[in-house]
Design a protein around this ligand. Structure first.
Ligand SMILES: C[S@@+](CC[C@H](N)C(=O)[O-])C[C@H]1O[C@@H](n2cnc3c(N)ncnc32)[C@H](O)[C@@H]1O
Length: 280
């Protein structure tokens, strides 16, 4: 693991990701047993509102059987498997962190989906997909880790076929963080910089994308993250039994930090749909 990838682990969601096997074992599913995609979805979606958010992306990006889809920042593969399973499309799942990518690949094989989902480990900013183009791009809570927005959106534009859409769920800046908030965002959320909604919108347009939707998710995600924290704390004993004290404390710390940043009005969220012109 290189230094950049190692530094991601201060965000505790990304530490000891094999904990998903503890959840499966608790359901009586042995470590290498075959799986179906539905068995994983309570545990493999590292964004808000789980598969409902992925279903919304399928609808707005008009993803269907045979579509060629790229997910940027695919985590342990939850959205990519759900896309392949529910929309019958082909997915390239690009993930920066080797341990997450390896686990994603293993879970996808256990679901019998490797023909539909290709996992690639790499940094999107280093253009690891050798000029391929996709009918749609989706990205859930990944761009908040990437301050180099100009390059990010330029590469996204280039990776879309003409007429293709990109669906992004991401944080936005609601107000300037103070020093404590900046430090928490940088270390515990791996979020060193965020644009406000207006800047975000302009940066997409500057890359040549036509912004079709820019939905403010701030109120929704403030409630979601508060409820997630409360539910996690309500199940502390159960979580410690299944995962042990260290993993439970790490996740608690992460969920708490994120809920606090939303509650303090520093970060908000957006769901964005943008399109590349049919005749660019
Ligand atoms: C919050 S997780 C979301 C994972 C997945 N989209 C999901 O919703 O389950 C964001 C992921 O983006 C990945 N990521 C961050 N920067 C990236 C980059 N430059 N290239 C590829 N993946 C990246 C992180 O390693 C992380 O796994």
């Amino acid at each position: 693991m290189d230094a950049d990838t190692q530094s991601m682990k201060t965000m505790r969601l990304y530490d000891q990701v094999e904990r998903i096997n503890n959840e499966l074992l608790a359901l009586g599913i042995a470590e290498d047993a075959a799986l179906n995609v539905e068995q994983l979805t309570p545990f493999d979606q590292y964004h808000y509102h789980g598969t409902n958010a992925v279903d919304d992306a399928v609808r707005v990006a008009q993803i269907g059987a045979g579509s060629k889809v790229l997910e940027i920042g695919s985590g342990i593969g939850g959205p990519a498997r759900w896309l392949a399973h529910s929309a019958k499309c082909r997915v390239t799942a690009l993930e920066l962190q080797p341990d997450l990518n390896a686990l994603a690949e293993h879970l996808t094989a256990r679901c019998g989906l490797p023909g539909q989902v290709s996992h690639v480990c790499g940094n999107f900013l280093e253009a690891p997909l050798s000029g391929q183009q996709f009918d749609a791009i989706v990205s859930f809570l990944c761009f908040l880790h990437i301050p180099a927005r100009e390059k990010l959106f330029q590469l996204s534009y280039e990776a879309l076929t003409p007429g293709g859409r990109i669906v992004i769920e991401d944080y936005t800046k609601l107000r300037e963080p103070d020093a404590r908030q900046r430090d928490l965002l940088k270390t515990k959320v791996q979020c060193p910089w965020l644009p406000d909604a207006q800047t975000y919108h302009r940066q997409l347009q500057d890359a040549g994308l036509i912004v079709e939707e820019f939905t403010d998710m701030s109120v929704d995600w403030t409630a979601f993250t508060a409820e997630r924290l409360a539910a996690f704390r309500g199940a502390r004993e159960r979580n410690e039994d299944i995962h042990g004290k260290e993993v439970t404390a790490g996740l608690d710390d992460f969920y708490d930090t994120v809920a606090t940043m939303f509650a303090e009005g520093v970060i908000g969220g957006a769901r964005i749909v943008a399109r590349k012109a049919s005749n660019p």
